[in-house]
Design a protein around this ligand. Structure first.
Ligand code: SAM
Ligand code: SF4
Length: 452
């Protein structure tokens, strides 16, 4: 087979070079990695069969919590050491939020990193990698200011069924505990024409599900002063016409989440009734210290609005315990909100002080054992809520998109994001929509039998 080479590449140096991208952190980061992989392929590199085979190994990092960042740093250093021993010609690339935030630490830590970059020069990284590979040079490249436009397009999707489609990048909220605004820069919205083009391509290519991404999707368009998120949702409904496809969106900021969004989703054929609304804390004192811009009452009103308008909707959240100044009674208030909101999904974290954030200046005064105990109590409470809600699913009929086969067991998710396992043998393939009758089963799993 003849391999076509792009001009400017020599056979030995690039045409057969393979890469692998390892991602730490959130869906936004996964999607960024998919974009980087697309760009590297455009430059003539090949996706490796697995991490061990890659000539170019990219770590796209996350800096949100200290513990995870330290762990990532150790993994990178150990991997780089082993990789270079096995294949001295390979190159190691570190980019993303940790690169942006901790460049000094990374520089000091390991001379085996060949390319060190951040987030603001994202579009340039594939070219830096090409240069480092071809010329065998080490590159450290950072841009202090984030670019003002967000016109990124092209992704090498890791699934053939579900795709991420970022619609905003960066964040203007500056919640007092969070590094994201510092690592990703000002919020920029992708122009509507690009979103339309990408969405239509995904639908054409047979993707069944698209998740719109942003740190706060509800503020889409604010920087462009022309479109609002609601208008984008209505446009999407129109663009997709009668196509069978599901569209989800993440993350909704409770302050900017508006009634009209719920109404649009309720009347929609394509928009899915799963709302990810990070609560973070249930005490008004802590919410104010976190600079979240809403009260527990505002939050619960929005949750009640969703529950009343769309009874089948599911609500997910993120919660931090042990923020500076959080007393036991503040924590009890979080538990009260959790019980009232009856969350279906929750990601829970112990507060991690991050340099450069406003909360870093506050005394981290909740002792670690206390933080861990609160996390434990919170997770138990969430688990009990989930368990108590399970019996109400018995006998319900739901449409699911089958998206996984693990150990011979097929599973899929409903529009509301509930995962359902198919226990009985059937001839269903991954990628099919089917109607199932639900039965809650062992281990908090929900099972479905194909509706006859
Ligand atoms: N933009 C989203 C929002 O408004 O909630 C979330 C983005 S952040 C990458 C994901 C989650 O990490 C947050 O919702 C928060 O719960 C958690 N997180 C962020 N900074 C943290 C910190 N310093 N310590 C502990 N958890 C943190
Ligand atoms: Fe961080 Fe707050 Fe922005 Fe979410 S909205 S990314 S928590 S600053």
């Amino acid at each position: 087979m003849e391999i076509k080479r792009k001009p400017g590449f020599t056979a030995r140096e690039v045409a057969l070079a393979t890469f692998w991208v390892e991602t730490f952190g959130c869906q936004m980061n996964k999607s960024r990695s998919e974009h980087l992989a697309y760009q590297l392929q455009e430059l003539g590199f090949y996706l490796a069969e697995g991490p061990e085979e890659a000539d170019i190994f990219v770590f796209n990092t996350c800096a949100v919590r200290e513990h995870a960042a330290e762990r990532a740093m150790n993994i990178i250093v150990k991997f780089a050491q082993e990789k270079k021993e096995k294949n001295p010609d390979s190159i190691i690339v570190v980019c993303g939020c940790l690169g942006q935030l901790e460049r000094e630490k990374l520089l000091g830590k390991d001379e085996k990193i060949d390319v060190l970059a951040g987030t603001h020069n994202w579009g340039k990284i594939p070219f830096l990698i090409k240069k480092a590979w071809q010329e065998k040079v080490k590159i450290v490249d950072f841009q202090e200011e984030a670019p003002s436009l967000y016109e990124e397009r092209g992704y090498c999707h890791s699934s053939k069924i579900s795709a991420y489609l970022p619609i905003t990048f960066g964040c203007d909220n500056f919640c007092s505990y969070c590094v994201v605004p510092y690592t990703t820069g000002k919020e920029r919205s992708k122009p509507r024409e690009i979103i339309k083009e990408e969405l239509m391509n995904l639908a054409e290519e047979g993707f069944r599900e698209v998740t719109l991404l942003g740190q706060n999707v509800n503020s889409y368009g604010r920087d462009r002063k022309e479109e609002a998120f609601e208008e984008l949702l209505l446009d999407i409904e129109e663009w997709l016409g009668n196509k069978k496809i599901w569209v989800r969106f993440l993350t909704s900021h409770p302050r900017d989440f508006r009634e009209k969004i719920v109404r649009i989703v309720k009347d929609s054929r394509v928009l899915c009734p799963y709302f990810h609304l990070p609560l973070q804390a249930g005490s008004n004192k802590i919410l104010q210290l976190m600079k979240r811009g809403y009260t527990r009452e505002d939050y619960l009103n929005k949750v009640n609005l969703i529950r009343q308008s769309i009874p089948s909707a599911r609500i997910g959240t993120d919660i931090i315990v042990g923020f500076p100044g959080e007393t036991d009674s503040d924590f009890q208030e979080t538990l009260d909100v959790v019980r009232e909101a009856q969350f279906d999904v929750a990601y829970t974290y112990v507060y991690s002080p991050r340099p450069g954030t406003a909360a870093y200046l506050l005394e981290d005064d909740v002792p670690l054992p206390e933080k861990k105990e609160r996390l434990h109590v919170l997770n138990d409470t969430l688990r009990n809520i989930y368990r108590e809600k399970l019996p109400s699913l018995q006998g319900k009929v739901m449409e699911i998109l089958v998206d996984r086969k693990e150990g011979g067991l097929l599973s899929g998710r409903g529009a509301n994001n509930l995962r359902v396992y198919l226990r009985e043998p059937c001839s269903i393939e991954v990628g099919e929509w089917i109607e199932v009758v639900l039965t809650p089963g062992e281990g908090n799993k929900v099972y479905g039998s194909v509706k006859k």
